[in-house]
Write a protein that binds this ligand. Structure first.
Ligand code: GLU
Length: 286
């Protein structure tokens, strides 16, 4: 199978040094394996995505010396694929509509108990208030959740291979951890037709991704993605979670760190090789 990887930015702000590192690392890995580097625009959250940020992404990545096959996959054009995945999970009896807002969830969760995790990779662990509701009861105001207890029973739980520096090795999905430390994740967010987890799983499969290269902040979410792959009968890529680029005080860069935006370095006369050096990548292999 040809090594195929991707860079999957959300067009909700400027690309900064951390994005440049992620994109160049994935591109370098693909080139050194004689493989393919794909770009995917994660614009499922249309309330935050902006065409000008998307245009800036293409410009910055080209300037960094990266290229990719066209057309680029855009999540906003893929709602039917996400719906098909949801239908598959619903047919297995694993989904339910949830009307709780943040305050409802906090109130139902009650006081923190020692040793019981409150937050997982999908945010606050859902206390289960709406779990007995049926898919047919869904209204436009609901989110759709995965019933984790049923999901781990329905799935033939797999292991995944991680090649990144922080968590190298084989990681087996664990039913108890998924139930207690992840919980009933959101498959469809309000007004979005999907969620990050559902989209990334459908997209990686449809793009034929063999190696998912991304930041270490997404390592904990990987168990969700592999579980969905088990349930949807999709292949599991090899994962490579790279270290995060941090600012001088050790804080990881965020979208609002405009000071580290690639466009700003460009405007100040930096070259792509300068950027490679700043993030600790060797000079361009080409
Ligand atoms: N869109 C995600 C981000 O910008 C990346 C998702 C992924 O690589 O799986 O952080």
């Amino acid at each position: 199978m040809t090594f195929t990887t991707r860079f999957a930015p959300s067009p909700t702000g400027p690309l900064h040094l951390g994005h440049a590192y992620s994109a160049m690392l994935a591109h370098d890995m693909a080139m050194s394996e004689g493989g393919t580097f794909l770009l995917r625009i994660e614009d499922i959250d249309q309330s935050r995505a902006r065409p000008e940020w998307e245009a800036q992404i293409y410009e910055d990545l080209h300037w960094l010396g990266l290229s990719w096959p066209e057309p680029v996959m855009r999540q906003s054009e893929r709602l039917p694929s996400y719906q098909a995945a949801l239908d598959q999970l619903a047919a297995l009896g694993l989904t339910y509509p949830c009307r709780c807002n943040r305050a409802d969830i906090e109130a139902a969760a009650g006081a923190p108990q020692e040793g019981v995790p409150q937050f997982g990779p999908d945010g606050r662990i859902y206390p289960g208030t709406c779990r007995s509701r049926q898919p047919s009861e869904a209204t436009g105001q609901d989110v759709i959740r995965l019933n984790m207890q049923k999901a781990v029973r329905a799935a033939d739980l797999r292991s995944f291979t991680e090649t990144g520096p922080a968590f190298p090795g084989t990681h087996a999905l664990d039913a108890d951890t998924l139930i207690s430390s992840v919980g009933d994740i959101i498959l469809v967010r309000r007004n979005m037709g999907s969620s990050y987890h559902m989209s990334v799983v459908a997209d990686d499969a449809d793009q034929g991704i063999t190696h998912a290269v991304r930041g270490a902040d997404l390592f904990e979410a990987t168990q969700i993605h592999v579980l969905l792959q088990c349930l949807l009968d999709l292949p599991t890529p090899i994962y490579h979670h790279h270290h995060l680029i941090r600012d001088d005080s050790g804080k990881r860069l965020a979208k609002r760190d405009d000071a580290r935006a690639i466009a700003k370095y460009r405007a100040e006369g930096a070259t792509p090789q300068d950027i490679r050096e700043m993030v600790g990548l060797p000079p361009s292999p080409r």
